[in-house]
Design a protein around this ligand. Structure first.
Ligand code: AMP
Length: 350
């Protein structure tokens, strides 16, 4: 066990790190944030901050020496330089990052465990694009294998000839057929070092423009009916990776059952509702798991919970919601409200 009073290292400096650091502080831990961006909303609430490049092995090693355990709030941390850190100090292990950073590898990994992703085709060179689209069918979405998030690195295609004029990066891509889903949902679990797995209730998620807009509970009936199968897959993924901490898998609920979309080896936006809505939040349980403390109860505390992201200019308007006693307001302290940027969230419980 890593006792309270120890230092937890967090790779990444955004809002997930901020909420993780706040939960860690409540349990008596100090956090040390490592991020290449000097404006870090996680560093603002942490004891120490190292502003360093993801490829600076010397700084990474120096940072890790100060930490009893190092975790991630960002899954696209380059893996190779993490060799500078004592491997048993990295929790979860870098294997989870390697799988989740690459959409193709992630799909194959999940398929090997019996999961079903959207129909897809890998594209390694420009001339393969047309064939991949024709084989998989339209409409569909072309995605970069790496570094995409919040709808970035994605191109929707209604027909195969739309691909002709497309300017896409000359890197690995994957083309996915568009899934006709009735709802989207996520499975959020925490796995302890002893292999114990606990699940939160699965929220239904609504995305707008590729960005999560809302997560709510209880979800539609079709989601409730498919959560069991989705959890089974999520548990297999967590066990196969010997995962420790919070892991999230996103699914489409379709007439043919749950279709796997993607996974995140970290706390997740669709789990923010757990701060007020569950007995133990995803952030607290992530800290408990990586520090070897007993896991907290994940039960939902309310009949209805809804989390809405405050994106771009939404944040200013949301202050009026503070007069509603059922609403909990979270503002991440980002100074610039750029379009599409997650500025905060509100959770309404009843
Ligand atoms: P992603 O970043 O891949 O999770 O995509 C963000 C959102 O875009 C998803 O949550 C869906 O709402 C939508 N989306 C992505 N891929 C597909 C797909 N193959 N079929 C239907 N919708 C998709």
């Amino acid at each position: 066990m890593i006792p309270p009073g120890s230092t937890i290292g967090i790779l990444g400096g955004g809002q997930l790190g901020r909420m993780l650091a706040m939960a860690a502080a409540q349990l008596g831990y100090r956090c040390h944030v490592y991020s290449p961006d000097k404006d870090s909303v996680a560093a603002e609430v942490s004891a120490r901050f190292t502003c360093g490049d993801w490829h600076d092995r010397t700084r990474l090693a120096e940072f890790a020496r100060d930490c009893a355990v190092v975790t991630y709030e960002f899954e696209n941390v380059p893996v190779a330089p993490l060799a500078a850190i004592q491997q048993d100090r990295l929790v979860p292990s870098t294997r989870a990052l390697e799988v989740a950073q690459d959409r193709l590898r992630e799909k194959r990994f999940v398929e090997d465990l019996g999961g079903r992703p959207a129909p897809y085709a890998a594209i390694d060179a420009d001339h393969e694009l047309q064939g991949a689209i024709e084989r998989t069918g339209t409409p569909g979405i072309l995605k970069t294998r790496r570094d995409g998030y919040d709808g970035k690195g994605q191109w929707r295609l209604a027909s195969a000839h739309e691909a002709a004029g497309l300017r896409v990066p000359n890197a690995g891509l994957v083309y996915e057929g568009l899934v006709r889903f009735e709802a989207e949902f996520s499975v959020i679990l925490v796995r302890g070092g002893d292999g114990e797995v606990r699940f939160w209730d699965s929220p239904q998620n609504v995305h707008e423009g590729g960005i999560l807009a809302r997560s709510f509970l209880p979800p539609a009936e079709i989601v409730t009916a498919q959560v069991g199968e989705a959890r089974e897959l999520a548990r297999k993924v967590a066990d196969a990776l010997q995962y420790v901490g919070v892991l999230t898998l996103e699914f489409f609920a379709t007439a043919q059952g749950p279709v796997f979309n993607e996974m995140a080896p970290r706390v997740h936006n669709s789990g923010h509702w757990t701060i007020e809505g569950a007995l133990t939040s995803q952030f607290e349980n992530h800290v408990r798991a990586i520090c070897g403390l007993p896991l907290g109860d994940t039960a939902t505390r309310f009949g209805q919970v809804e989390m809405a992201n405050l994106i771009g200019d939404d944040a200013g308007r949301a202050v009026q919601l503070l007069t509603d006693p059922a609403v909990h307001f979270h503002f991440y302290g980002k100074t610039e409200a750029r379009q599409g940027r997650k500025m905060g969230h509100v959770t309404r419980v009843s």
